[in-house]
Design a protein around this ligand. Structure first.
Ligand SMILES: Cc1cc2nc3c(=O)[nH]c(=O)nc-3n(C[C@H](O)[C@H](O)[C@H](O)COP(=O)(O)O)c2cc1C
Length: 183
């Protein structure tokens, strides 16, 4: 794992890859899958995530106000779907799916070793949770895992089908108003 500047966290999230959310509550770590999320602010990085009361993770997030957003590569696609189709109330998903929890530095929820990136987050605004299940998270530490051979993320089309990251289109020369977001 290597550190990524917090100011660059949005580059991982903005294209909208399917994510895993880990939580740690009552002595147990859990994982769920989400497709509904968005960047809200650059600095500090704020991310909005929809997590519904039907998810076991919902109570954990409400009570602990901490989680990790883990970015899986497409090699993990089947596990991503399966993890989004079972409940942490019934099983230990880390064990059942052979994923490796790694201690985070700033939150109690674990990183997932097999993921491309892990974003440690604190819940900073719950004002729209009752209405929309919308949690506003602040990214407090982001790490990358460049050792993973498969670096392509994938994106839920909302119906159990997915698109996989493909070609990169470099239009940075036209981004005259937004140079601060380029390396
Ligand atoms: C591809 C995919 C995307 C999903 N997106 C969301 C989402 O954005 N928000 C949500 O609350 N649940 C979403 N789910 C459903 C949860 O992952 C699912 O309810 C899961 O079982 C919750 O796990 P838990 O009960 O252990 O928390 C998604 C599931 C899949 C397969």
């Amino acid at each position: 794992m290597k550190n990524l500047a917090l100011s660059k966290t949005h580059r991982l999230i903005e294209p909208g890859p399917v994510l895993w959310v880990t939580t740690f509550h009552k002595g147990r770590a859990n994982i769920m899958t989400i497709g509904f999320h968005m960047m809200v602010q650059h600095d500090p990085p704020l991310i909005g995530c929809i997590i519904g009361p039907w998810d076991h993770s919902y109570e954990a997030l409400r009570k602990t106000r901490e989680c990790v957003l883990a970015v899986p590569g497409v090699d993990l696609a089947k596990k991503v779907v399966d993890i989004g189709n079972c409940s942490g109330a019934d099983i230990d998903k880390f064990e059942a799916f052979g994923l490796t929890p790694v201690p985070a530095k700033k939150v109690a929820a674990p990183l997932i070793d097999e993921c491309l990136a892990n974003v440690e987050c604190k819940v900073v605004d719950t004002s729209m949770v009752n209405k929309y299940g919308l949690f506003i998270l602040e990214a407090v530490r982001t790490t990358l895992n460049p050792a993973r051979k498969e670096q392509r993320t994938f994106h839920h089309k909302g119906d159990g089908t997915f698109t996989v990251d493909g070609l990169t289109l470099n239009l940075q020369e036209r981004m005259t108003k937004w140079k601060q977001f380029q390396d």
